[in-house]
Design a protein. Structure first.
Length: 309
């Protein structure tokens, strides 16, 4: 009997000395961006599909899609809505105004540049403090991991940065390096479209600007090989190709090393870079990246090849 009691006491002592299980929390270190990126309680946007977003997302993030701010015409899906004030009103409802710090989360190289496209859209509307990062950024601003309440901002009128985009008519003019013949594209027509002057790029007249223009195709090499602007006899401007993924690191931060590749393609900071992709998403991401890297004369042809055709 004594032996049995002794064995029971020893077993209880062993159990009491065992290490207690570690409590697992949802808080993680920042992955995909410097820790300071989340400082200042930024508005967090997540551009992934709703299904992916609902499976898992950073607490307080707001799910948006680039299509939410673009036209419905299948031939010009990448062109922003005509009513930019309507977009700014929607942004105000999710807590964004021109002074906001915004972090846009996406899938990085596994996506199609959607986070960069949203960043470009915000820049167009005058929101300048915008950053991109991977959706795996998971440091919660609330230690409990609760969803933060969205605080509305007062309605604001966007100060549109028109230098960030170029319409189909002007893109064609600079791509072909000719002012004639030109026709307006899209639903809006003008009785004297042929008489409308081509807008100057960055304060330069047409002849001076066209000598500085270079077209940058940011689709994948396979897409570029099937069809690109060099196959059109009327295109006179030089065309270069670099895939959009090369402008971002594995953590979805800006890739500063891309400047060497750009220079090898003849793209320097004094050039006017007209960026093109299929429908303005990947090219929007690259235009955002180029501007952040100091290529201040970069523009997104948001209509892309869809509108060019």
């Amino acid at each position: 009997m004594r032996l049995i009691i002794g064995a029971l006491v020893m077993a209880m002592a062993l159990v009491s000395c065992q290490t207690k299980p570690t409590k697992v929390t949802s808080e993680q270190g920042v992955v995909g961006a410097p820790e300071k990126l989340m400082d200042g309680n930024p508005t967090i946007l997540d551009v992934r599909a709703p299904f992916e977003f609902n499976l898992s997302h950073v607490p307080g993030a707001i799910n948006v899609r680039w299509e939410d701010f673009s036209q419905q015409d299948p031939n010009s899906r990448g062109v922003l809505q005509d009513d930019l004030f309507a977009i700014s009103r929607r942004l105000a409802l999710i807590g964004i105004d021109p002074d906001s710090k915004v972090v846009v989360l996406g899938k990085g190289s596994l996506g199609n540049g959607e986070e960069g496209r949203i960043a470009w859209t915000l820049n167009v509307l005058g929101v300048k403090n915008v950053h991109t990062a991977l959706h795996t950024v998971a440091r919660a601003t609330n230690p409990k991991g609760d969803e933060a309440l969205v605080k509305n901002k007062p309605m604001w009128k966007p100060v549109v940065d028109e230098s960030l985009f170029i319409d189909a008519r002007n893109f064609k003019a600079y791509a072909t390096q000719t002012l004639s013949p030109l026709k307006m594209t899209g639903k809006k027509k003008h009785k004297k479209a042929m008489d409308l002057p081509v807008s100057s790029l960055f304060g330069l007249n047409f002849n001076d600007a066209k000598s500085k223009v270079i077209i940058l195709d940011v689709r994948a090499s396979a897409e570029y090989g099937i069809n690109n602007l060099t196959k059109y006899k009327n295109v006179k401007a030089p065309v270069a190709q670099l895939e959009w993924k090369e402008f971002f690191t594995e953590t979805n931060a800006l890739n500063k090393d891309i400047e060497k590749k750009l220079e090898s393609k003849g793209i320097t900071k004094d050039k006017i870079v007209m960026v093109i992709s299929s429908h303005g998403v990947r090219s929007g991401a690259v235009t955002y990246a180029l501007r952040e890297l100091g290529y201040r004369q970069s523009v997104n042809f948001a209509g892309g090849y869809e509108q060019w055709k």
